[in-house]
Design a protein around this ligand. Structure first.
Ligand code: Z5A
Length: 217
């Protein structure tokens, strides 16, 4: 019987405009150049049902029910994403690169007042033991990220972008606290540097943490 080695699960986290989407795409290209079969996905979203929930969340249609309800809906979307995309890919030996994941719930809904034990319980339900092998936290001052996002934006701001600067800074601190409390999983990258340098730092982090799982590693 042939046993396929499990793939590796990498998540990208950080505030608005920190460069997660840019570097998720770059990381997929780099992994493929190393012979890795990799899947690019995102949260909220990644499956048709979770993408439908993304629309509700980003249009602010869940917001009137409160932050706990938003955390629940993010967890429902995550469970669907885990069951239909992430777990099957990992089981097939593919690597998964996910633009935002469970730490975003801690940083956004946690700073909005949802107790940590509720968030941990939701993680146990939606994620279980299939936690990321590596999380890259793209760190930069919130004002700089918002300015980048504003320059790129064509339409209106979404429900989360509309929050005031102090809220965005609290989320930045929350991401850094998560990284500090789980150094075996998380690597913080200085996202104020030029794009190419940040990409190289992301690749170095993957090679350092997961290099033995790369083809020929
Ligand atoms: N959310 C939540 O509350 N709870 C949860 O559990 C989850 C999510 C999973 C999803 O929005 C929203 O859902 C999000 C959190 C909440 N809040 N908001 N808003 P999204 O996925 O649509 O948006 P985002 O995650 O914030 O992504 P973003 O704004 O698109 O930012 P980004 O992906 O980090 O950045 P980017 O698109 O790669 O780069 C932004 C611009 O900066 C672009 O023009 C780049 O070319 C440029 N860039 C990138 N890197 C650099 C460097 N190094 N220098 C200069 N310019 C750069």
């Amino acid at each position: 019987m042939v046993v396929t080695a499990r793939g590796r699960f990498i998540t990208l986290e950080g505030g608005e405009g920190a460069g997660k989407s840019t570097h998720a795409r770059a990381l997929i290209r780099w992994l493929e150049s190393r012979g890795v079969d990799a899947v690019l996905t995102r949260e909220p979203g990644g499956t048709p049902h979770a993408e439908a929930l993304r629309t509700l969340l980003l249009e602010g249609l869940v917001a009137p029910f409160g932050a706990e309800a938003e955390a629940l809906v993010f967890a429902v979307a995550r469970a669907d994403h885990m069951n239909h995309v992430i777990r099957p890919a990992l089981a097939a030996g593919r690597w998964v690169v996910c633009d935002r994941f469970m730490d975003s719930t801690r940083a956004y809904q946690g700073t909005a007042g949802v107790p940590l034990e509720v968030l941990h319980r939701l993680d146990r339900l939606a994620v279980g033991d299939d936690r990321p092998d590596l999380t890259l936290v793209f760190d930069l001052p919130a004002a700089e990220g918002l300015a980048r996002a504003a320059r790129r934006r064509s339409g209106e701001t979404d429900r989360f972008e509309q929050d005031v600067a102090a809220v965005h800074e609290a989320r930045r601190r929350a991401f850094l606290e998560i990284a500090q409390s789980e150094p075996e999983r998380c690597v913080v990258l200085d996202a104020t540097r030029p794009v190419d340098e940040v990409s190289r730092a992301a690749e170095d982090a993957v090679a350092a943490r997961l290099g033995s799982a790369l083809p020929g590693g």
